[in-house]
Design a protein around this ligand. Structure first.
Ligand code: URA
Ligand code: SF4
Length: 193
């Protein structure tokens, strides 16, 4: 059954439900439900794809190699983990880090939707194809979607490459993420043109 969490009133109550969730098969192989981390009052909400091995062990999103790169790029626009909130499209690690399946995303997406509603950020950053396609309801790939801010449910959404793509793709991809994060900075500063 799809978890019905649209009326849950607090982030803590939502977390308490998520950590018990067995709505999809990822619950059978996970170690920890990686719900999300950061400030409940954040202006910036970052959405990744799915927990990896280290996240599954620690219960915290983006604590592995991708997370280190992400932290450093966020630092360049003056943001630390305490300034943002960060989570993923699915809250449980897919076995061997395979892609999350459509049925798993459909079961899990209500948690993300409610997290965004409760935190009510100014900007949502989507990292990579899964979060971008889900939230912008598009099938267009990240390479073509990135580089601009979208008006989205009364806030902005800025899609960019996943840091794992930058770890594989090198400085060109990293610089594209930098350019997208500069857009985020200008939204926060009220200087977006
Ligand atoms: N990659 C993701 O998309 N999310 C994490 O939490 C870690 C790595
Ligand atoms: Fe529930 Fe999401 Fe984990 Fe699936 S991935 S068991 S829907 S919390």
């Amino acid at each position: 059954m799809i978890p019905d969490v649209g009326a849950v009133e607090t982030l803590d109550a939502l977390r308490a439900i998520a950590v018990q969730c067995t709505a999809c098969v990822l619950s059978e192989t996970r170690t920890t439900v990686v719900f999300g981390a950061g400030s409940p009052e954040a202006d910036v909400f970052v959405v990744g794809e799915a927990p990896g091995q280290k996240e599954d062990e620690d219960g915290v999103p983006f604590v592995g190699r991708s997370g280190q790169l992400l932290d450093s790029l966020l630092g360049e626009i003056g943001l630390s983990r305490d300034d943002i909130y960060i989570s993923n499209v699915v809250k449980c690690r897919p076995p061997r880090n395979r892609d999350p399946r459509t049925d798993e995303i459909d079961m899990c997406k209500g948690y993300l939707r409610r997290q965004i509603e409760l935190i009510d950020p100014k900007v949502v950053i989507t990292l990579g194809n899964f979060s971008t396609k889900l939230l912008l309801r598009t099938t267009i790939g990240i390479t073509r979607m990135r580089g601009v801010a979208y008006e989205w449910w009364g806030r902005y959404l800025v899609p960019t490459f996943h840091p794992a793509a930058a770890l594989r793709g090198g400085e060109r991809v990293t610089n594209d993420i930098r350019a997208d994060f500069a857009i985020v900075r200008s939204i926060l500063d009220g200087t977006l043109e």
